[in-house]
Design a protein around this ligand. Structure first.
Ligand code: C2E
Ligand code: MG
Ligand code: MG
Length: 403
């Protein structure tokens, strides 16, 4: 197991709990383990290390320098590659601390609730590798205009597809196209190249390619008897050209797809910053029959007034609120409020990042319409989608009488 190779420093003031943590980590096969009883000692230890440890597991409730101050130092001096928190504190406070650490640019693997167990530790530490693959990585500076342009020409960019499922029936009703770059034998995720496309003035060409290739797949599945709505992400920069709606309509229609079977997704934070300029194109897309989705809802700052001005048809609750909502009343409140708002504005609601059966059940009970997430399937190459759909079975949900 890859966990065994991790290097870790445990910061815990309580001697007995520190010993427990060390023993559990050893049971998981970790051999590079450091320890410190308070923030000052931990900083001294980290400063001496030749390379930062992979993970610092820190108890927030430390004497002297508290965990929050400690994390600030670790972030500022880049003393660890990632942190994980342990605490018996209120989940809302833990959330705030996680958000703060991320804002400092630190990778946060998660919270290991006390009492520690090997299972809880393994679950959070396993994020080290996941997070590394999916976290928002600063685009590497070597990716330059030429590489992107060449990649576009050589069709190295392709949409992968993630199913969207109706919670009431378990049926796959659509897919979201998520861009991937097959480059030098690797599959590179979009957060490493979208912003460069934007910066290098290539985003229009890129989005058109994605839309076109996605439509081609949609027709192939339809020919195999599987009708799926198609969701495509666009950048706000794409929507600043008045002719974008016409171009997208042409691409869709030329490839045998109806605009009403296509949903255009825009992130909440971007749309609100440019609402004025993009409104024209969004309205025209809607007029032509495209669906419009507000992505990562809850991460931007839209007011009810702004939301009601833009002719959205769908709202996607950000994964950050879905994961954890089962146990954290505040996150659940955001999910419930989003659902209420969506009902009032008559929007379809999609929960993003659904990873567990518990989350599925909670969302079904709350009346959320659609779910997307690793519980169902990750984003897959077009030729693997139909098999994944066939293999998917909806989790058992409690009978209506028992609700
Ligand atoms: P998004 O549109 O909000 O897409 C959801 C992201 O969450 C995807 O990451 C997806 O792989 C990931 N995801 C799905 N289910 C789960 C889950 O259960 N757990 C976890 N932890 N993650 C899950 P991906 O593919 O890396 O895309 C990241 C973002 O990049 C997208 O967020 C979207 O904003 C942007 N993006 C992707 N493709 C395109 C594109 O063609 N054009 C533009 N402009 N943006 C794109
Ligand atoms: Mg999206
Ligand atoms: Mg999203």
């Amino acid at each position: 197991m890859r966990l065994a190779g991790l290097s870790i420093v445990v910061v815990e003031d309580h001697a007995f709990q520190r010993r427990v943590a060390l023993r559990l980590l050893a049971e998981l096969g970790l051999s590079q383990i450091g320890e410190a009883a308070d923030g000052a000692a931990a900083l001294a230890l980290l400063a001496k290390a030749q390379t930062p440890p992979d993970v610092v597991l820190v108890d927030l409730d430390l004497p002297g320098m508290d965990g929050i101050e400690f994390i600030g130092h670790v972030a500022a001096r880049k003393l660890a590659r990632a942190i994980a928190l342990t605490s018996a504190l209120d989940p809302a406070l833990l959330n705030t601390v996680q958000g703060m650490a991320r804002a400092y640019g630190l990778r946060v693997l998660g919270v290991v609730e006390k009492p520690l167990t090997t299972a809880k530790l393994a679950e959070v530490l396993a994020q080290f590798h996941n997070a590394e693959e999916s976290s928002v990585v600063e685009p590497s500076i070597e990716i330059r205009h030429e590489a992107l342009r060449h990649g576009l020409g050589a069709s190295e960019f392709e949409p992968f597809f993630q199913p969207k499922v109706a919670l009431s029936t378990g049926q796959v009703v659509g897919v979201e196209a998520l861009a991937r770059w097959r480059h030098d034998g690797r599959i590179i995720p979009p957060n490493q190249f979208i912003s460069i496309f934007e910066r290098e003035g290539l985003i229009d060409e890129f989005t058109e390619r994605m839309l076109e290739r996605s439509c081609i797949w949609q027709r192939r599945w339809a020919a195999a008897g599987v009708e799926l709505k198609l969701s495509v992400n666009v950048s706000m920069l794409n929507l600043l050209h008045v002719d974008a709606a016409d171009r997208y309509q042409r691409i869709v229609v030329d490839n045998g797809v109806k605009p009403r079977d296509v949903v255009i997704e825009v992130t909440e934070s971007s749309v609100m910053s440019e609402a004025g300029h993009a409104l024209n194109v969004l309205a025209r897309l809607r007029l032509k029959g495209f669906g419009l989705s507000i992505d990562d809802f809850g991460t931007g700052y839209s007011s009810l007034a702004q939301l009601s001005q833009i002719p959205f048809t769908e709202l996607k609750i950000d994964q950050g609120f879905v994961s954890g909502a089962v146990r954290q009343p505040r996150k659940r409140a955001v999910v419930e409020t989003s659902l209420d708002l969506a009902r009032k504005l008559q929007l379809t609601v999609v929960a993003e990042g659904v990873e567990t059966v518990e989350e599925w059940q909670m969302l079904a009970e709350l009346g959320c319409q659609q779910a997307q997430g690793f519980l169902i399937a990750p984003a897959l190459p077009g030729d693997e989608l139909l098999a994944a759909i066939r293999n998917w079975h909806q989790p058992e949900t409690p009978h209506p009488e028992s609700q």
